[in-house]
Design a protein. Sequence first.
Length: 273
Amino acid sequence: MKPFISFALASLFAATTLLPATAPAQSAAPQSAASQSSIPIYGFVVKNTYPHDPQAFTQGLFFKDGHLFETTGQKGQSSLRRVDLKSGKVLQKKDLAPEYFGEGSTAVGDNIVGLTWTSNVGFIYDAHSFALKSRFNYKGEGWGLASDARAVYMSDGSFEIRVLDPKTLDEQRRIRVTADGKPLTQLNELEVVDGELYANVWGSDVIARIDPASGNVVGWINLSGLLPPDKRGTASVDAVLNGIAWDARQRRLYVTGKLWPKLFEIELVKMQR
């Protein structure tokens, strides 16, 4: 995955101002360039901070039945995990074969579905035992995955999100994602939150809120300052924001990043222009 941010996003967040050090828990608000857009911008307040495995190359993050699950990437290091939220400890783990680079994941019924990056294959696991039940194929790359009662949503790094049948995982259609009429690419980890699709925009500190019916970006979440690069514990360029989990039972939103030592519960705050 090449470090690239789409033109629409780069121009929107071309100018930002940071809050003073006395208020580190809330994000900065994009200013002049953002004022030219009608898309609402949200900052954040950190509600809780939890440990996160700094070796976890986070590709998928989600809750099922009150439990936190994560999939990690890199060949020879990819895995499916059940994680204790408060301690960050891995409670259950299944490693992928070393030839696979794990990607996004989501719960579908009693199963967990996971993607691979360039192998054109996904895996279906039993959500309780992690036993491999079956596999499925798709064209192109696999990036992010999310689901609701009606569909499974899959990103591939482009500005299109594939809509899959939850029973067969066959592609039904595609959502073309645009912001102010411009295609938004680099859509990565996905999560369904109250009917919207939240998408990490890879290589940035931004999450796009997407209306799945129209494909329009209906909100930007600016997480600049949540965990600055010098606080991530690694100089790796891969240590980017990636991982959104919505606990629908408790109505709590969590985010983390690849190789990040922390996972955050955040509350969104609409910013004034």
